[in-house]
Design a protein. Structure first.
Length: 153
């Protein structure tokens, strides 16, 4: 007997064996098909479990982690420099306080001094809120890689 698929010649006994082997292979194909059907059904029910969605979720988590780490590093650097900056402002404010105290005690001040002291206070407040020696700079190079979806027909 000749097999119509592989075109090999088999005797009656071996023809039966060959048919059994083909049936086993068909069983394996059906098991694979059933597993695939199960996957397809799961993705239809919950499309959020699609491997590409999971890949996007992983990218998002890693990107957020990088951003948080970079922000934390920037905060730490700023805090280190802010302590010294605040100390300098404290010293300058104490000097101004002493000048005000002395002028009040002596009752020796005029509009020009009042204006000058107000300007000093404004400058100290400005330095406290936005120090002249510290700037935040955003790097235009990408911290994270942009993800996009390309769909081809």
């Amino acid at each position: 007997m000749r097999c119509a698929g592989c075109l090999q010649e088999f005797c009656y006994n071996h023809s039966s064996d060959h048919r059994q082997e083909l049936n086993k292979q068909l069983d394996k194909v059906e098991v694979s098909r059933n597993l695939f059907r199960q996957k397809l059904t799961q993705q239809t029910i919950d499309p959020q479990k699609h491997p590409l969605i999971q890949q996007i979720n992983d990218w998002e988590r890693q990107s957020i982690k990088k951003i948080r780490q970079t922000a934390e590093e920037a905060r730490q650097i700023l805090l280190q420099h802010t302590i010294g900056h605040i100390t300098k402002i404290e010293i300058d404010l104490n000097k101004l306080t002493n000048q005000l105290k002395q002028s009040r005690e002596k009752n020796d001040f005029y509009e020009t001094e009042l204006h000058h002291w107000n300007e000093e206070l404004k400058q100290l407040e400005k330095e406290l809120n936005k120090p002249s020696n510290i700037r935040l700079r955003e790097d235009s190079r990408l911290l994270i890689n942009k993800i996009s979806v390309d769909v081809r027909s």
